[in-house]
Each structure stands twice: as structure tokens, then as C-alpha cells.
Ligand binder design. Structure first.
Ligand SMILES: N[C@@H](CCC(=O)N[C@@H](CS)C(=O)NCC(=O)O)C(=O)O
Length: 212
């Protein structure tokens, strides 16, 4: 059976939970208490080189880290990953965009919800806000003419982007200013096997501390 190394408030891990739910694949969960330093233990670093969740262990013992790599692996041969090489690369294009641009929303949300924002350098927060606003503006423009980010069908690129974009309000970014993004969020929510559960940081009393 697959093992998902998880931290419940992590939306990077949620992406993988979402795809496993869409595909109805059974798995076991191993919780990594990232704020208590468990990610930096040698045993976990052998699974995930950065010490971050999510990570996936296959039944044969091999391990894979990085949410988008895990999505790519699990979606291979399913309707969520196109077979055509160009379409596949287009999905990868948006997965790269997610890591390069949308991660700003993830960081702002994390700092806002765990009370760290006021402790951060204002110039750094401002820089992240600029990147996050630009990311939402790009998505608004790109989603205007088509239902899903990589084309006509729902793919892992949508899952990956959705994880943090649909929580942008919690990062202090107004989703209502982006009507095409809002309609895309509704389309993603309507997919069979959609996973609605999002865990708040408040379930972890250590989440207000700094990551080791
Ligand atoms: N690029 C990674 C980012 C993963 C990530 O930042 N995970 C956070 C939780 S959302 C984490 O485990 N942080 C602990 C750490 O970085 O030590 C991915 O997409 O999987």
C-alpha cells in the first residue's frame, strides 16, 4: 500500500490527498510534525531531501517528494494527465508556474494564519504580495477563454493550483476581484471525487513557531 507522509494543514499535501481521492486509491498516512522538527530527522530526510511534506512511499520501498512530482507520478495513465506529449508538457508548464509564482500565496497564508506576518520584514511581505497579485492576474487572464488551466479538461495542473489559490482570501488577497478564477474554483469543486476537507493550522499548537 502507498504511504503518504502528511501534515494535515499542508495544502501541498492536500493536493496529493485530492488526487488519491479522485482516483479512489487506498493509502496509509504517516503524520510528520514539521513544526516539532520531525521533517529534519535523518529517517525522513532519506524520504524527502528538504524535510518537507508531502512525500510518498511506494509499496516497493521507493520514495518520492515534491507535491507536483507526486501528482505527475500518480496521474500517469489516468484522465488527469494527458497522453499527448505537448499536452503533457503544457500541464508541466502550469505545475512550474505553481511552484514559481503561487507559492507566494502559500507563504503569505501560512504567515497570516499562524500570526507570523507581523514578525516578517515589511519589504519581504510586500514583495510576496506583488508576486501573489501578479499570479492571480495571470490566472484571471488565462482562465477567461477556457474552463481549465491547461485546456478543455481538468488535470493535475488544476489540482495543484487550486490548493492555495482557492484559499487566497486567507492570505489577504481578494479572490472576488478575479471572477474567472472564482468560476474555475466552482468548476474544480464540482469534479467527481473532490475533497472538501481543509485542516486549519489551529489543530497544531506548535504551528505558531518557526520551522526548524
Ligand atoms: N515544493 C514543495 C513544498 C512543500 C512544503 O513547503 N511543505 C511544507 C508544508 S506545506 C513543509 O513541509 N514545510 C516544512 C519544511 O520545509 O521544513 C512541494 O510542492 O511539495
Amino acid at each position: 500500500m502507498l504511504t503518504l507522509y502528511d501534515y494535515l494543514p499542508s495544502q501541498n499535501a492536500w493536493k496529493v490527498r485530492l488526487l488519491l481521492n479522485h482516483l479512489d486509491i487506498p493509502y496509509r498516512t504517516e503524520i510528520v510534525r514539521i513544526f516539532e522538527g520531525e521533517g529534519q530527522r535523518a529517517g525522513f530526510l532519506a524520504v524527502s531531501p528538504t524535510g518537507a511534506v508531502p512525500a510518498l512511499r511506494l509499496p516497493d520501498g521507493r520514495a518520492l517528494a515534491e507535491s507536483n512530482a507526486i501528482l505527475t507520478y500518480l496521474a500517469h495513465g489516468t484522465p488527469y494527465s494527458p497522453a499527448d506529449p505537448f499536452d503533457q508538457a503544457k500541464v508541466q508548464q502550469w505545475l512550474s508556474f505553481e511552484q514559481d509564482h503561487v507559492a507566494s500565496i502559500a507563504t503569505l497564508r501560512h504567515w497570516t494564519l499562524t500570526g507570523k506576518l507581523a514578525r516578517r520584514a515589511p519589504a519581504l511581505v510586500e514583495r510576496l504580495r506583488v508576486v501573489a497579485h501578479k499570479a492571480l492576474a495571470i490566472l484571471e487572464r488565462e482562465l477567461a477563454p477556457r474552463p481549465f488551466i491547461a485546456g478543455a479538461t481538468y488535470t493535475i495542473a488544476d489540482m495543484s493550483l487550486f490548493a492555495y489559490v482557492h484559499r487566497a482570501d486567507e492570505a489577504g488577497l481578494a479572490l472576488a476581484d478575479h471572477p474567472h478564477v472564482v468560476r474555475w474554483i466552482e468548476r474544480v469543486r464540482a469534479q467527481p471525487g473532490f475533497l472538501g476537507t481543509v485542516y486549519p493550522y489551529s489543530i497544531d499548537p506548535f504551528s505558531g513557531g518557526e520551522l526548524p
